[in-house]
Design a protein around this ligand. Sequence first.
Ligand SMILES: Cc1cccc(C(=O)O)c1OC(=O)C1CC1
Ligand SMILES: [Zn+2]
Length: 324
Amino acid sequence: KASFKYVNYEGPQRDLVFVDTITGKVAARHPQIMYGRSLITQDCNQKTRRCRSVSTSSDTISSGDQAIDDAHNYAIATYDYYLNNHGRDSIDNAGMTLKSRVHYSRNYNNAFWDGSQMTYGDGDGVTFAPLSQDADVVAHELTHGVTERSSGLIYQNESGALNEAWSDIFGAMVDRQEGAAGSDIWLIGEDIYTPGAPGDALRNMADPASMGDYDYYPDRYTGSSDNGGVHWNSGIANLAFQLLVDGGQHPRNKTPEVTVTGIGFDDAAAIFYAANINCLTPSSNFASARYCTALQAKALFDGGQLSSDHQTSIHLAWDAVGVP
Ligand SMILES: Cc1cccc(C(=O)O)c1OC(=O)C1CC1
Ligand SMILES: [Zn+2]
């Protein structure tokens, strides 16, 4: 049976979307509300101020500068991902203009969301190539904006690791939409990290420890570096998401051995998106993430058999990474 319920997302336009309660996917959007992408992409020309606008096109561009084109075009891809899969109209769910700045500073090995825009360095050519040149990086930065406007997860310690993980998770989902397949989906920054050394990545969601990150809650980092390990402990939630999608066991044989039944990309992403906008709060920790993802599985799939199967998989995925 296919039943529909309309979900009234918050936001000035009060978007109305119809969610299929069996699949959890957006089935239809309110016909009267117009959706239009709005973008501004700027070239900072290796400076950090007075960047000049190079495009305000709502469609893809080909300026000849790959850093500019990728920042602009991957922002469009990320906007489309959130609208088509989750019924969200931009970062604020009210059509906010997506602002990006590229060629920021000199040899800048960084990309960041600053509360109102995405900014990408060119990298130093050794550690990083220009950082907008990977779809998962652009979607990662834009998702920091989504998280800031929804759960507001504080960027330190456990809430900060969840903030980072949600950005990697939706970065992977957009990478997949743009053509990544198989294990490449789970590599973060693979197109821009160490351009001279193929095959590595900034992070690996399916085996975080292979890139030096944490993959098991009892072993988590509890120091103060990296804002309390936000880019390191994110591996714990990243791995939980990958196991929820694909099924299987922890890649480094933890005891007790846990085997997860996968539920696929669409349902896992719907549940994690709903947790961010409906349940997680600024100070949520890993235990809250377990609670919220299980709760949203029940809410999205209406408490039926599919819902209980999904809840079982969610609990096993968090068990597998040692989250209580
Ligand atoms: C390269 C970099 C440095 C510091 C913070 C971030 C950050 O945005 O958290 C960052 O970008 C990423 O992690 C994106 C995913 C590759
Ligand atoms: Zn980040």
